[in-house]
Design a protein around this ligand. Structure first.
Ligand code: HEC
Ligand code: HEC
Ligand code: HEC
Length: 467
């Protein structure tokens, strides 16, 4: 598995800060304790911790490929070098077995380890700082009752001076605001629950917020304004959401909980573990997050609403593309123009599944409903076209075949240009040649669909072969 996106700064600038800086930068050690026995924790608390750990995706980052859960060692590439996640099993020598609850809570709240070293923000403590003491207690109980694993992750591979943890104090000074979550009294409990989960433990912004050159999340309008992670676009989930059919609380709830939604399609790439984890919790948690996300997106503009109404009103009457164009675009429909290479490829390879009017979940999404076609970059459709959407393990047959063997880079570029022009009202993408070549070479992780929801297309018990 390749890596979580990471925030991490070039901190050199701040290193020269002198005595005041050093005083601020210094953190004390918290004395080691003997490991509390697993039986000393209330099982109810442990279960709460298990649910919270799912929201925080702890196991995703803290497990190396083929490694034991929570034992760490996953490589997180950053623009500055590679950071390895740590062992957070209760092993006394290599894990956090000798950490007290206070030491654990401090690491989540302040990004400091038990010995007092600053931690890299590849560990998303800039979000986890919002987690309440009670929830940290539950997470601690959960981690301390996992099986201890003796495993020492590889050392980080970072250049000087970034390998000096003290430099992180400078990054924190600039970008890190410590503090527990403050509920908004003007909002109801569900909204506040959603805000708490998604801004804090769920760390949605770690992927959905663009970063500055020092690797810190940008603020203000940029908050949740869309980012890039592991070769995928994590779309804007604020007022700039590019989704052609605007999201609402119900559709978001369904998507977050199952990884699929009828008019928005299936989640892929680094979003997949987020959905699979949320799918293990009561749906009310996804609904709370959805309530907050929908409020961040706000009401769609009249233009977006009108476009969506057109798309929905005509979805049974027209082949995809017809309505975007009939609604004022000057571009003539080209689907049947034999001179258009992209159109010919689409008609031959794609339209049977995407235009045949097959009801979801078995057919492909109508592509004029797809955020992938309206998004700011063609990264996600490139990944899907090259690698397809393999069925989850243990299920039969692909749900969408990959075309890396069948189509060359030029053909994929033509296909993308055709889809963008035909299925969206957005301006053409910039030349995708470099992105296609890169995605082909690197491959992508997580181009797979979920198997967690009753309606998810990947659910083998619900699926017939799409051929
Ligand atoms: C996006 C990836 C990512 C996620 C998600 C993540 N962590 Fe980590 N975590 C890391 C990395 C990387 C480090 C090591 C940072 C360093 O070495 O400075 C780390 C360090 C830690 C540490 C400090 C351990 C030590 O030995 O110093 C603790 C405790 C921790 N994580 C707990 C958690 C918990 C609990 C969760 C879920 C709520 C979680 N992490 C989710 C990446 C992640
Ligand atoms: C590890 C990175 C990562 C994290 C963390 C993450 N997302 Fe995503 N998210 C993505 C990516 C990448 C996509 C695009 C997936 C695709 O193309 O199918 C995505 C897609 C989405 C979409 C679909 C948007 C659209 O218009 O199609 C929504 C909604 C969403 N995420 C909400 C959330 C919420 C809410 C959270 C926090 C609870 C979250 N995400 C956490 C990476 C992430
Ligand atoms: C065997 C049927 C099948 C074929 C052939 C097929 N697809 Fe798909 N495709 C799917 C299914 C199923 C999905 C996932 C459905 C969903 O997202 O709801 C999908 C998803 C997609 C998506 C993501 C949509 C989204 O935003 O969720 C894109 C883009 C896409 N296909 C493009 C193509 C292109 C381009 C071709 C031809 C080169 C093609 N597909 C061929 C079945 C197919």
């Amino acid at each position: 598995m390749k890596l979580r996106q990471v925030g991490l700064g070039l901190l050199v600038l701040v290193l020269g800060g002198g005595v005041g800086f050093l005083a601020m930068a210094w953190e004390s050690e918290i004395a080691p304790t003997t490991r509390p026995g697993p039986g000393s924790f209330d099982p109810v608390l442990v279960k709460q911790g298990s649910d919270l750990a799912a929201v925080g995706n702890c196991v995703v980052c803290h497990t190396a490929p083929g490694g034991k859960p929570f034992a760490g060692g996953l490589a997180l590439p950053t623009p500055f070098g590679t950071i390895y996640s740590t062992n957070i099993t209760p092993d006394e020598a290599t894990g956090i077995g000798r950490w007290s609850e206070a030491a654990f809570t401090r690491s989540m709240r302040e990004g400091v380890d038990r010995e007092g070293n600053h931690l890299y923000p590849a560990f998303p403590y800039d979000h986890f700082t919002l987690v309440s003491d009670e929830d940290n207690r539950a997470l601690y109980a959960y981690l301390m009752t996992r099986e201890p694993v003796a495993y020492e992750p590889p050392p980080n591979d970072l250049p000087f001076p970034l390998n000096v943890r003290l430099t992180l104090a400078g990054w924190k000074l600039l970008f890190f605001r410590e503090g527990a979550f403050q509920p908004d009294p003007a909002r109801d409990d569900i909204w506040n629950r959603g805000a708490y989960l998604s801004e804090g433990l769920g760390h949605c912004g770690a992927c959905h917020t663009p970063r500055n050159v020092l690797g810190a999340a940008r603020t203000g309008e940029a908050h949740w304004g869309g980012g890039e992670v592991e070769g995928w676009t994590a779309y804007a989930i604020n007022g700039n959401s590019p989704a052609p059919i605007p999201w609402n609380v119900d559709s978001l709830t369904h998507y977050l909980h199952t990884g699929w939604e009828e008019r928005h399609g299936v989640a892929r790439g680094p979003m997949v573990p987020v959905n699979s984890n949320l799918g293990t919790l009561p749906e009310s948690e996804s609904r709370a997050i959805a309530t907050y996300v929908a409020s961040m997106m706000g009401e769609p503009s009249p233009e977006k609403r009108a476009r969506a109404e057109r798309l929905l009103a005509q979805e049974t009457a027209h082949a995809p593309g017809a309505l975007v164009q009939s609604a004022g675009s000057q571009v003539a429909p080209r689907a049947h123009d034999p001179a258009d290479r992209g159109a010919a490829i689409y008609a031959a390879a794609c339209s049977t599944c995407h235009d045949a009017g097959r009801p979801l979940p078995y057919g492909g999404l109508r592509l004029d409903h797809s955020t992938a076609i309206y998004g700011p970059t063609p990264l996600n459709p490139i990944n899907v076209i090259l690698h397809g959407l393999p069925a989850p393990e243990g299920a039969r047959g692909p749900i969408m075949p990959g075309y890396s063997g069948a189509l060359d880079d030029g053909q994929i570029a033509d296909l993308l240009a055709y889809m963008r022009r035909t299925f969206s009202d957005r301006p053409p993408w910039e030349d995708p040649a470099a992105m296609i070549a890169h995605a082909r070479k690197e491959g992508v992780d997580g181009v797979r669909a979920l198997d967690s929801g009753s309606d998810a297309p990947a659910n083998p018990s619900k699926r017939e072969t799409p051929w």
